[in-house]
Write a protein that binds this ligand. Structure first.
Ligand code: BTN
Length: 263
C-alpha cells in the first residue's frame, strides 16, 4: 500500500512540527534529504517522508532496512532555541515520543534502550538517528530520523535482523495505516517538544525512566574504540547514561551502543 499523501498533509497542515512535508516514493535517505533542506534554510518542523529508502542509515554507519509499502521512514528538522549543550536532550525526547506512539497502537510493554532504541518483546521496533549540525555558536539544527517497523512480516527481514527485530504487525497480527501512526507521532512530538521548551527536561527524563528496564542492570557500552561497563543508575540532565563501575566510580556516558549483560 502506498501513502495517502493528500490525507496526511491535510491532517498535519496546522502542525508546528510536520506541517510541511516533502514526500518521496523512494529516496536514498530521508535524513540526508532533510539535512540538505536544513542547510538551504528550511525551518523548524519541516519533514521528509519516504515510502522506501535505498540507503537508509542507522546509527554508527549501519544500514536501516527500508523496503517499500511497509514501514515508516521519516525525518524532521528541529531548530530548538536552547543552548547547544542541551541538544542531547532531543534524542531522549524522541525516544519517549516514539515509545508512546507505538504503545498507543500496540498493547504490551514497550521499552526504551538507551539512548533511544524502542523495543517490544525485547526486539527492536523503532530506531532513531539524530544528527546535529553546528553552523556557528548561535546557529545549529538537528535532523531527527525515525524508522518504525510497521507492517513488515518476520520473513521479510534480512537474515541478520531476524532474531533482533520486530514490527507492529508481528506483535499484533494487524495491519496499520501508516498515516495514522505518523499523525499520532507528530501530536506526541509536539507535546513533548513544547514541554521541553517551556518546562525543561525533568518531565521528559522521568517519562524516559518509566519506559526503560535498564536501571539497576549491568551494561556494556561500546563507544568508538572504548568499552565501558557498569550498573545503570539512570540518565542525567543531558541525557547521558549514568553508570557505577566496578571501582564504585560514577561515570556519565554521552554516546554509544548499550548491551545488557545477563547475570
Ligand atoms: C538506528 O540505528 O537505530 C537508527 C535508525 C534510523 C532510521 C531512520 S529511517 C528514517 C531516517 N532516514 C535514515 O536514513 N535513517 C533514519
Amino acid at each position: 500500500m502506498s501513502y495517502d499523501v493528500i490525507f496526511l498533509k491535510e491532517k498535519l497542515k496546522n502542525n508546528l512540527l510536520g506541517g510541511h512535508i516533502t514526500y518521496y516514493r523512494e529516496t536514498e535517505s530521508t535524513n540526508d534529504d532533510a539535512f540538505l533542506l536544513a542547510l538551504q534554510g528550511a525551518g523548524e518542523g519541516v519533514a521528509v517522508l519516504a515510502d522506501a529508502q535505498s540507503k537508509g542509515k542507522g546509527r554508527y554507519a549501519r544500514t536501516w532496512h527500508s523496503p517499500p509499502g511497509k514501514n515508516i521512514y521519516l525525518s524532521i528538522i528541529l531548530r530548538p532555541p536552547v543552548a547547544l549543550d542541551e541538544t542531547p536532550r532531543i534524542p531522549i525526547l524522541a525516544g519517549v515520543t516514539a515509545a508512546e506512539t507505538i504503545e498507543y497502537f500496540c498493547a504490551g510493554r514497550v521499552f526504551l534502550k538507551w539512548p533511544n532504541d524502542v523495543l517490544l518483546d525485547g526486539k527492536k521496533i523503532c530506531g532513531i538517528l539524530s544528527q546535529l549540525k553546528v553552523v556557528d555558536e548561535k546557529t545549529y539544527f538537528i535532523v531527527l530520523g525515525i524508522g518504525i517497523n510497521v507492517n513488515i512480516k518476520a520473513d521479510e527481514f534480512p537474515h541478520e535482523l531476524k532474531t533482533s527485530a520486530t514490527s507492529m504487525f508481528m506483535q499484533t497480527g494487524a495491519f496499520f495505516k501508516r498515516e495514522d501512526i505518523i499523525i499520532i507521532f507528530f501530536e506526541n512530538l509536539e507535546k513533548w517538544y513544547k514541554k521541553l521548551l517551556q518546562n525543561g527536561f525533568e518531565e521528559i527524563k522521568s517519562a524516559w525512566l518509566k519506559k526503560t528496564d535498564m536501571v539497576g542492570k549491568k551494561v556494556i557500552i561500546n563507544c568508538s574504540s572504548d568499552r565501558i561497563s557498569g550498573r545503570v543508575q539512570g540518565i542525567d540532565d543531558n541525557g547521558s547514561l549514568v553508570l557505577v563501575n566496578k571501582q564504585n566510580e560514577t561515570i556519565s556516558v554521552c554516546a554509544g551502543d548499550a548491551t545488557l549483560v545477563k547475570e
